[in-house]
Write a protein that binds this ligand. Structure first.
Ligand code: HEM
Length: 226
């Protein structure tokens, strides 16, 4: 079980300032998406005063939820790879299945809200129930990049189901759960190719930090498990 992998590493001693660093990191994670979104989309209350196309406000909020999904996803994958080795590990909560489950619920809720808001926006705009959004479609650039989002969502649901039914899947569940790495690659492609906030320096800096820490954590996990 993955619970044991972290236990194989030497136990860590947290410096006293680690609590402040943890709080700082959490605050940064919560504030960055909304601050970036407000700076590019403007005050959402202003939308009430203009005659906008139907569903526009839902569409704009959908973007915000997309940003939060990626932020929580990074936290979840880093947490899944957590060790006890150094101060970077200490920034994350101590490994436990309930915490992993809780962050998983956050990720899934944000992703489903992102999708539901976009789905509702299209429904209002086109006056139809856009079930076609759930079917992969590569007929144009826009459809192809939306499809990458749909594939990410399907992969996410699969990873969660594998996690829930792990006891029935025997030893193969860990490998299936590692589909999350493929999922994050598709998520990054979707968000960079379709997003507007994601092309900002702030978000690209976040991706650089997230990418580096993820690669380092995966490398360490492989090195300590072989
Ligand atoms: C795990 C699943 C998903 C994640 C993590 C995700 C993440 C993101 C992110 C970060 C953005 C960029 C926001 C911005 O910069 O504006 C975005 C944009 C977008 N996503 Fe997703 N997405 C996911 C699934 C989906 C699905 C299932 C759909 C639709 C069926 C979808 C449709 C869109 C659309 C239309 C945009 C463009 C918003 C814009 O115009 O900027 N996404 N997504």
């Amino acid at each position: 079980m993955s619970v044991d992998i972290a236990d194989k590493l030497p136990s860590r001693k947290n410096p006293p300032s680690i609590g402040i660093l943890r709080l700082g990191l959490l605050t940064l994670m919560l504030i960055t998406p909304v601050a970036l979104w407000l700076s590019t989309e403007g005050n959402p209350l202003d939308y009430m005063h203009y005659d906008l196309p139907p569903g526009q406000l839902l569409y704009v909020f959908s973007k915000l939820m997309g940003l939060y999904t990626v932020m929580f996803l990074w936290l979840q994958i880093m947490y899944g790879l957590v060790g006890k080795g150094n101060w970077v590990d200490a920034l994350l909560p101590k490994w436990s299945i309930p915490t992993h489950r809780l962050i998983g619920i956050l990720v899934m809720s944000a992703a489903l809200t992102h999708f539901a808001l976009f789905f509702s926006a299209v429904a209002l705009r086109k006056q139809t129930i856009p079930v076609h959004l759930l079917v992969p479609d590569f007929s144009s650039y826009f459809h192809a990049v939306v499809t990458l989002g749909v594939i990410s969502l399907y992969l996410m649901i699969l990873v969660v189901l594998v996690g829930i039914y792990r006891s029935r899947l025997g030893k193969y569940w860990v490998w299936s759960h590692r589909l999350s790495v493929l999922m994050i690659i598709v998520v990054i492609a979707h968000s960079l190719l379709i997003g507007s906030e994601t092309k900002s320096v702030t978000w690209l800096t976040f991706y650089a930090v997230a990418g580096t820490t993820l690669i380092a954590a995966i490398y360490r996990r492989i090195a300590t498990t072989i």
